[in-house]
Ligand binder design. Structure first.
Ligand SMILES: [Zn+2]
Length: 261
């Protein structure tokens, strides 16, 4: 590919889960019995060749079923950034867990990008185990299979490229086909880690989140995040409320969107 294009990157917050403790967020637990809530995000990469949305979130119905606080439709957050979901060209699904790949019908024009290993995992023998299938919703899997048969899904195998300056990389670990997105920005290479690290702290302390397919691959994934990003501060976790505090708010989207680069 040609020289990387400089992109802007945003996090858009759409849901929250307050009733979590530190012990629930680290493999092996945590001695401090303190609250450690979860935020839910979709991410936006905006550059000279258009807009890429990373993950599609979930709707209010799914939130009610899972006991999550739904703040807004993720597409409402996108509209705050001036992005019409039906004009988005590309959507990366980092993996197929329910909180990352709902709402697919709201992006009718988009080409979707997924690791082939993720579909194999989410429809394969591991799903015979309740503990491994718990994060998946069969309706999302069906929607993704439908997308495949409509010709709207591109499978990636390991490392793949969407644009000059936007690449995807399978790290596995959390799920077998978990992928991260690497973006060239004015700060250098930024990595949208998604659930390769749920919180800054998982990655900083080399302590995986407990919902894990392969612990070794998760730990190798932390190392991979470091090697893909230009600086550790440019690794963005998938669920950390600290994202909203650490990065500047987008004017007109207070409490909804922050700029990551
Ligand atoms: Zn997640």
């Amino acid at each position: 590919m040609s020289d990387p294009e400089v992109n802007e990157v945003y996090a858009v917050r759409f849901a929250h889960h307050a009733a979590r403790t530190r012990a629930e967020n680290f493999l092996g637990g945590d001695p401090h019995d303190a609250p450690m809530p979860f935020d839910y995000f979709v991410f936006v990469v905006r550059g000279p060749s258009g807009t890429v949305v990373v993950d599609t979130g979930f709707d209010a119905k799914v939130a009610a079923k899972r006991g999550r606080q739904h703040l807004r439709c993720p597409t409402e957050g996108l509209r705050c950034l001036g992005i019409a979901p039906d004009a988005v060209d590309d959507v990366v699904l980092t993996h197929l867990h329910y909180d990352h790949c709902g709402n697919q019908h709201l992006f009718p024009r988009a080409r979707f990008h997924l690791q082939a290993a993720e579909m194999a995992y989410a429809t394969g023998p591991c799903m015979c185990h309740a503990v491994l299938r718990g994060g998946y919703d069969p309706d999302d899997i069906a929607a993704t299979v439908r997308k495949l048969f409509e010709g709207g899904l591109t499978y990636h195998d390991g490392d793949g490229a969407l644009r000059p300056g936007i690449t995807v990389h399978r790290v596995g670990g959390h799920t077998d086909g978990q992928q991260v997105v690497r973006v060239w920005t004015r700060q250098g290479w930024l990595v949208l880690a998604s659930d390769a690290t749920h919180f800054f702290e998982n990655f900083e302390r080399n302590l995986p989140f407990p919902w894990v397919y392969h612990v070794g691959a998760t730990l190798d994934g932390f190392r991979r995040l470091r090697s893909l990003a230009s600086a550790e501060t440019l690794v963005i976790p998938g669920h950390d409320p600290e994202i909203m505090a650490r990065f500047p708010t987008v004017k007109g989207a207070e409490g909804i969107a922050v700029r990551l680069d």
